[in-house]
Design a protein around this ligand. Structure first.
Ligand SMILES: Cc1cc2nc3c(=O)[nH]c(=O)nc-3n(C[C@H](O)[C@H](O)[C@H](O)COP(=O)(O)OP(=O)(O)OC[C@H]3O[C@@H](n4cnc5c(N)ncnc54)[C@H](O)[C@@H]3O)c2cc1C
Length: 391
């Protein structure tokens, strides 16, 4: 347990891993993201050039890709995985290529994830592999499942393939003793993802949490679902793996609900999301015998609340059922200060060919430009460290 009060202002700890030139580069990059007009023009120009087959990866890789991604393949990621280990920070590996649409592509995605799981069996600093189930099957099929529509016989075959792909990865995760985190997606496909994931937890999470579902607390029904799943875990005798996030698709969710004339499943305001996130966190800490929980957030208040609750409830900071995660390239002041206090911390590290990961990078740039306050805070801390070092 930490004996000293935790502060996210300690920039010496936060940016210890960055050389002088890396620190200056990060500061310049975030200052650029802060210019919304530049991000907006840059994103559409990048997408257009990519579409035209112009080799922009030569520019993108050293400037932005290297800041947010581990490498184009697993071999290239190894250096980062080992460097983070020296700072007591684990890795959540994510094959960052977005949804595909053919059987060959789904199989390729399974293969990439399988290799990541096998690498995790050897490189113990890889704490989990993160997957999206829509990487293994057609989006339209997930929608049909959610609406409980009858499937054609061809769709039954498709569904069987999704189950089979998911099972192969779950079995490999169990054999290699690495966690498998299932990302949460849009509300209109989330029910089948939840059902498939809980089904695997029943089978795999008997002794330890291997399979983790993701709970988006910006949804007004997810705190209730978390509690219901915890009750199932308790009565059926498995460990619930729960990754807590606020949720990535606020605008899209609200627009789709509005267009369909439905009430949005998203909380009415950010305060309500924050409230449910913090209640979910408190609930998990009160049920650590049946829940293993990953707090996936860049929100300083929630991360501080975690440390306060651990102290109040006399829970060891390094309890194996608690971890905290931030995206690689962001929130270092949280990750490294929490890791320094003894909490299990990880970075979410995407890997994959530069041109395939560009949509992920564009989202990072847009998010960092538009999240009021957060980016200003990162820039301020980077500048503070530049001044402290006198460089
Ligand atoms: C390791 C990791 C894994 C992740 N995995 C997933 C995943 O599987 N699925 C997923 O959807 N996201 C995922 N995310 C993204 C996450 O959901 C958030 O979008 C992101 O982390 C920002 O939220 P925050 O908790 O860091 O804090 P903050 O920056 O304090 O909160 C921003 C969030 O608050 C919510 N919000 C903002 N405005 C409103 C509003 N007006 N009304 C209601 N809510 C609002 C939104 O969720 C927004 O993203 C992941 C993030 C991390 C770090």
């Amino acid at each position: 347990m930490s004996n000293h009060p935790i502060s996210f202002d300690n920039t010496e700890i936060a940016f210890k891993a960055l050389s002088h030139s890396e620190l200056k580069k990060a500061s310049r990059l975030f200052s650029l993201f802060n210019m919304e007009w530049l991000v907006s023009i840059g994103s559409s120009v990048t997408e257009r050039l990519l579409h035209m087959g112009i080799p922009i990866h030569v520019l993108v890789k050293p400037i932005i890709y290297s800041h947010f991604c581990g490498g184009e393949d697993l071999t290239e990621c190894t250096k980062l995985i080992r460097a983070l280990a020296t700072r007591n920070v684990g890795v959540l590996l994510n094959y960052g290529v977005e949804a595909k649409s053919s059987d060959a592509e789904y199989e390729f995605s399974v293969m990439q994830n399988m290799q990541a799981i096998e690498l995790a069996g050897k490189e113990k600093n890889i704490k989990a592999v993160c997957i999206k189930l829509t990487g293994f099957g057609r989006l339209g099929l997930f929608e049909k499942l959610q609406q409980k529509q009858a499937l054609t016989s061809a769709e039954e075959v498709e569904l069987k393939s999704i189950h089979e792909r998911f099972d192969r990865l779950c079995d490999a995760a169990l054999v290699n003793q690495v966690a498998l985190y299932i990302d949460a997606e849009e509300s209109w496909i989330q029910d089948p993802i939840d059902e498939m994931t809980i089904e695997r937890m029943r089978r795999v999470n008997k002794k330890t949490a291997i399979i983790f579902n993701t709970y988006q607390l910006y949804r007004n029904d997810k705190l209730k679902d978390l509690k219901a799943d915890a009750a199932k875990a308790q009565s059926e005798g498995f460990i619930l793996g729960a990754k807590l996030v606020r949720g990535a698709y606020v605008e899209k969710e609200n627009e789709v609900a509005k267009a369909a004339g439905n009430v949005s499943p998203i909380h009415l305001n950010k305060a309500a999301t924050d409230n449910d996130f913090n209640l979910a966190l408190t609930f998990c800490l009160d049920h650590l015998d049946t829940i293993s929980c990953c707090v996936a957030s860049h929100n300083e208040h929630s991360c501080l609340l975690l440390t306060q609750l651990l102290q109040e409830k006399h829970i060891p900071f390094n309890h194996p059922h608690i971890s905290v995660s931030q995206l690689y390239g962001m929130g270092d002041h949280i990750t490294y200060n929490l890791s320094d206090s003894g909490i299990n911390c990880t970075k979410y590290v995407p890997f994959g060919p530069v041109k395939e990961v560009i949509p992920y990078l564009i989202r990072r740039a847009q998010e960092n430009g538009s999240v009021e306050g957060q980016m200003g805070r990162e820039i301020k801390l980077l500048k503070k460290e530049i001044n402290r070092r006198g460089i």
